[in-house]
Design a protein around this ligand. Structure first.
Ligand SMILES: Cc1ncc(COP(=O)(O)O)c(C=O)c1O
Length: 461
């Protein structure tokens, strides 16, 4: 190791320089990092992160994952004890470990009825990638190898591997890899009335969005369509919350045409919507679901694919071997941390708190922003929210994305000590489940100031 990369005793400025020189950041314009060094976060507690002498209220829980809050001693101790007991062993063949075994049982107990089989991976992307392979395997095992096409929606985000990227709805993520026209993936409309509803009523819009799915299956031939992926709430692209009735209708269509329904609960799973799973919140049942972020509250990388018995029984039939797995699938330390995380959620009643107390308060406070001129719509469900910015409330016209209005608003909030996430023309909030009423008040006050500042700057320009 060269002297330059030896971290021992390196100053903050040196570390920033090292980072600028050597670290490739995900989803980041290199030009931005050339202009300004990265902000180094080196501590976190509760709902706050800190670094370079600055403390910030993190209304994004990292990337929507730190549900039990940062820096919890129980989590740290559990990780240390688990690592001491069994630092690693794989789960290939017929080997398991106590924490992975217990975690699979606990997930099966919590999951919607009939979802009893669990496969472990390390990230949301890996979990969804696993599902893509499982789906192929399932239909081949059923003697229908031609059932291969996957339906996904505009505004979807399902991951960053090559195959899961192809499922995403944001053209900017597809184009650099030539995935816009990937065969075997078909896109349908999202239930996003605010942006795509035109002159339809919200109800007309979601019914058309659901009808799109049925039309697409008929067009492609149900015998060729393997599965439909849905994020119950399309989180990354602006917290698009489905209207009541939409997801049950999607389920009805999938069942009618023998198309598997996959619920990507990477964000919504483990309590974000006020129930353990968003399938309960929105009244639908999937055949397969994926979990990640909230499974360990981001303390360690772990994800899970949860299969309904009907799917698992085919995949595991006879002498079948599921030719898939990762070196660190069912890692004993990761599983121990996930168990402790769920234990905290249960003991502290955090999922109930999201549904009955802090979630409704969050919705009420954020709704007060709706009167501001820049705000077109405020959407909330449990502890996730999207604030849709507009140039004209009546026509729902938006500012050009290139104008970066949302980035300016989030930057103005950051300068006042609050982290929110700009995405397209939306500001997304996704705070830890332990967020207090006072912290919500402070964040909403800051957002009101930030929105007003940018509104004034637009007027003055
Ligand atoms: C709904 C959804 N699915 C999958 C992923 C991918 O998860 P990961 O970043 O852990 O690979 C994300 C990440 O934001 C997500 O929001």
């Amino acid at each position: 190791m060269s002297q330059e990369t030896d971290q021992e005793g390196a100053s903050l400025i040196e570390l920033q320089e090292i980072d600028q020189k050597h670290h490739i950041h995900p989803f980041t314009a290199a030009s931005a990092l050339r202009q300004a060094p990265p902000f180094l976060i080196d501590g976190a507690s509760g709902c706050y992160v800190s670094g370079q002498g600055i403390k910030l209220l993190d209304m994004m829980a990292g990337l929507g994952c730190v549900n039990v809050g940062y820096g919890r001693k129980e989590m740290v101790n559990t990780a240390a004890e688990a690592m001491q007991a069994l630092s690693y062993y794989h789960s290939f063949s017929a080997v398991s470990n106590p924490t992975a075994a217990a975690l699979s049982g606990l997930i099966a107990n919590l999951a919607p009825e009939g979802m009893n089989r669990v496969f472990f991976a390390n990230s949301g992307s890996e979990a969804n990638e696993t599902v893509l392979k499982l789906i192929r395997y399932y239909w081949r095992s059923k003697g229908k190898p031609e059932k291969k096409i996957i339906l996904t929606r505009d505004y979807a985000y399902h991951g960053s591997t090559l195959a899961t990227t192809a499922l995403n709805g944001n053209p900017a993520m597809l184009e650099p890899y030539g995935l816009e026209t990937e065969t075997g993936i078909e896109r349908v409309r999202a239930p996003y009335w605010y942006r795509q509803g035109g002159s339809d009523t919200p109800e007309q819009h979601w019914k058309k969005a659901a009808q799109d799915i049925e039309d697409k299956i008929i067009e492609l031939g149900a015998e060729n369509v393997a599965a439909m992926f849905v994020e119950p709430i399309q989180a990354t692209m602006g917290a698009i919350i489905p209207p009541e009735g939409y997801l049950p209708e999607v389920e009805r269509i999938c069942r009618k045409y023998n198309v598997l329904l996959v619920a990507d609960e990477v964000v919504t799973g483990l309590g974000r919507t006020g129930h353990w799973f968003a399938q309960e919140t929105f009244g639908f049942k999937a055949d397969i679901m994926t979990l990640a972020k909230g499974l360990s509250s981001g303390y360690v990388p772990i994800s899970a694919v949860v299969l309904h018995d009907d799917i698992a029984s085919v995949v595991e039939d006879g002498e079948n071997i599921f030719q898939h797995g990762f070196t660190t699938s069912a890692h004993p330390v990761m599983a121990a941390v996930a168990l402790r995380n769920i234990d905290i959620l249960m003991k502290e009643g955090l999922v109930d708190r999201v549904r009955t107390d802090i979630g409704p308060y969050f919705a009420k406070k954020l709704a007060s922003l709706a009167d501001l001129p820049l705000v077109g719509e405020v959407r909330t469900c449990g502890l996730i929210a999207g604030i849709e910015l507009v140039s004209d409330k009546t026509t729902r016209a938006q500012y050009p994305i290139e104008a970066g209005i949302c980035s300016h608003v989030s930057q103005a909030a950051l300068l006042r000590g609050v982290i929110v996430r700009p995405t397209g023309n939306n500001i997304v909030l996704c705070p830890p489940f332990i967020v207090t009423h006072k912290e919500i008040d402070a964040a909403v006050d800051v957002l009101a100031e930030a929105l007003t500042e940018i509104e004034n700057a637009i007027k003055a320009s």
